[in-house]
Design a protein around this ligand. Structure first.
Ligand code: CTP
Ligand SMILES: C[C@](O)(CO)[C@H](O)COP(=O)(O)O
Length: 229
């Protein structure tokens, strides 16, 4: 059974520092957003997409169908979590409260179909859900006030959260609403679910499913695209 995906794409890309939000920058003739949406809509496990855009963003794509999948739109919020919640509210009635839904950053254009396969297959068997993640492979330092090293953080069992993240529609919505009501700024969906006392499954994903945050990341995606031939 395929799943709907909420794509938060309402960010301003301040760390990137471009004239336009980074998701609208072009690589290989397509916007980052289009690359991301194609990677999702082109996968058999995706039923449809809710694209969450900023109020000032022109309809980033005129289409309402992509690779035969419905493409709905919602207005984003001040935070990523608010945008995700707006996207959940915009899901069609056909998505039942207990159905699993995905959330995937528009800024992660290099999603590999095999990762989506693994997340859907293993995440659906978990009582709560799952996220793609990658084990930390570098030594982690904590910076001091003067820019020197304040200490080395233990990295055993530390993973970097990626997206997509897979949770049940109602449970995720309630968790995000609870975090907001408690004034907790959650940076991913799993954090909201953890605050509810659940322990989502970690599914190891590819290191090249990186988030485009800075110009160096855009250059990296350009290189990855060139490798596809
Ligand atoms: N209010 C927001 C903030 C972020 N996002 C989306 O969440 C994803 C991950 O966020 P991030 O990489 O931080 O994007 P920005 O918030 O745009 O970047 P910055 O923090 O540098 O401004 C992106 O696809 C971004 O568009 C969103 O939909 N709504
Ligand atoms: C959701 C996320 O991509 C998981 O690593 C990350 O938390 C997004 O953080 P951002 O600061 O909103 O880019």
């Amino acid at each position: 059974m395929s799943a709907w995906v909420v794509v938060p794409a309402a960010g301003r890309g301040t760390r990137f520092g471009a004239e336009v939000p980074k998701q609208f920058l072009e690589v290989g003739g397509l916007s980052l957003l289009a690359h991301t949406l194609n990677a999702l809509a082109g996968h058999a496990g995706i039923a449809g997409i809710v694209l969450v855009l900023g109020a000032d963003d022109a309809p980033a794509l005129p289409e309402s169908v992509l690779h035969g999948k419905p493409l709905l739109r919602a207005g984003g919020g001040e935070t990523r979590a608010a945008s995700v919640l707006a996207g959940l509210y915009a899901l069609p009635e056909s998505v039942r409260p207990d159905d699993f839904v995905l959330v995937h950053d528009a800024a992660r254009p290099n999603l590999h179909p095999g990762d989506l396969d693994a997340l859907l297959e293993r995440g659906r068997m978990d009582p709560v859900g799952a996220i793609l993640a990658a084990p930390v492979r570098d030594t982690l330092k904590r910076a001091g006030d003067e820019g020197g090293i304040d200490g080395t953080e233990p990295r055993e069992r530390l993973w970097r959260a990626l997206t997509p993240q897979l949770f049940r529609r109602l449970q995720l919505g309630r968790a995000l609403e609870a975090a907001d009501a408690a004034g907790v700024a959650v940076t991913d969906e799993a954090m909201a679910m953890e605050l509810q006392g659940t322990r989502p499954l970690l599914v190891e994903g590819r290191e090249d499913n990186f988030k485009v945050t800075t110009p160096a990341d855009l250059a990296r995606f350009e290189f990855e695209l060139s490798r596809r031939g």
